[in-house]
Design a protein around this ligand. Structure first.
Ligand code: PHB
Ligand code: FE
Length: 323
């Protein structure tokens, strides 16, 4: 299916966008999503923060719920854009709606929407206290923020020919909430001949200089094993529905997770993770984190493309551990 922009700007100065049978509009405060037999409304800041991540993460693993109704389900090549498909009430009353798109087509429309609807001074990746407002009539743009690429190391952050470490010189100052994080780097003494294969860096120092929140970056890669550390503050702007197990290691401070059934949204658990805690988030849940203070979290992903099918067909158990 195709995606396109309707040229006309509305009174608030924003363009509308068409993708399949969906129409997306924004006004000063809200985004309106319409489809043939229904419609939905979300706050513009919430929508843009979720949209930013969906675009930067290329629809991520599994389901990205923008809220309890609207979101995307990644099939790695195609993507479902849905309304109510993972909401028990919508489904029970037949009000759910889903359309499948070629991922690239959907991403292009999402990118155009993100660009047109993000005002000057608003950074969808920033903590609330570190960005301007998303609201109001159209006011300039924020190209630098919306075009930000996700950091993905080939082997390991700071290794030769790989994504660089952060420092004052390349524009990454220490965040106000991590002023006490030591900045010393480890000494590396490789055996002769192994200089290219042995590497180490201070992950806490690296994370203390992150300018974004809720944006796991790939910092080490061993086959399908990806270490994706991230800094968190306030609330994960999506409700993530897993299609595989995800491991969390809380590196500093504290995050409160609301965990619910992936398909219905029925509440399942609250998990309060403190520094040093490890959790395995099952393959059949959705979750949203809240971080009262900026914190460091290591998300450990298994990128094996065979996993979604193995869980969907019950060949693998949704919980990796039974106590
Ligand atoms: C997750 O859905 O597992 C997730 C996403 C973004 C984060 C942390 C966790 O920053
Ligand atoms: Fe997740």
């Amino acid at each position: 299916m195709s995606g396109k922009t309707t040229q006309a700007m509305n009174d608030a100065g924003y363009q509308s966008f068409i993708l399949g049978n969906y129409i997306f509009k924004r006004d000063e405060y809200f985004v309106h999503v319409e489809w043939p037999n229904g419609g939905h409304i979300l706050p513009a800041d919430r929508f843009l923060k979720a949209l930013m991540r969906d675009v930067a993460w290329n629809f991520f693993y599994g389901i990205v719920n923008f809220d309890e109704v609207f979101g995307t389900a990644n099939h790695y090549g195609t993507v479902d854009i849905f309304a109510g498909s993972y909401n028990a009430s919508y489904r029970d009353t037949g009000k759910d709606h889903s359309e499948t798109f070629d991922s690239e087509t959907a991403r292009h429309v999402f990118e155009a929407m993100l660009q047109d609807w993000t005002n000057e001074g608003f950074d969808p990746f920033a903590a609330p206290g570190e960005t301007g407002s998303a609201f109001g009539p159209k006011r300039g743009s924020n190209e630098n923020a919306v075009k930000r690429q996700r950091v993905t190391a080939k082997r390991m952050t700071g290794a030769a020919d790989d994504t660089p470490l952060r420092n004052d010189m390349n524009g990454y100052g220490i965040n106000r909430q991590f002023a006490d994080v030591p900045q010393d780097e480890p000494e590396i003494h490789a055996e002769p001949g192994f200089e290219h294969d042995v590497h180490a860096f201070n992950l806490f120092a690296y994370l203390s200089r992150s300018d974004v929140t809720w944006n796991p970056s790939v910092c080490s890669v061993v086959k399908d094993s990806l270490f994706c550390p991230t800094t968190e503050e306030y609330m994960l702007p999506v409700i993530h529905g897993n299609d595989r197990v995800e491991w969390f290691i809380q590196l500093s401070d504290e995050i409160h997770w609301e965990v619910a059934d992936r398909d219905t949204g029925e509440a399942r658990a609250r998990v309060i993770m403190k520094a040093g805690d490890v959790a395995a988030m099952p393959a059949d849940i959705r979750h949203q984190g809240m971080s009262p203070k900026r914190s460091m979290l290591l998300v450990w992903e298994n990128a094996d493309p065979a996993l979604p099918e193995l869980y969907a067909s019950n060949k693998l158990k949704a919980n990796p551990i039974a106590f």
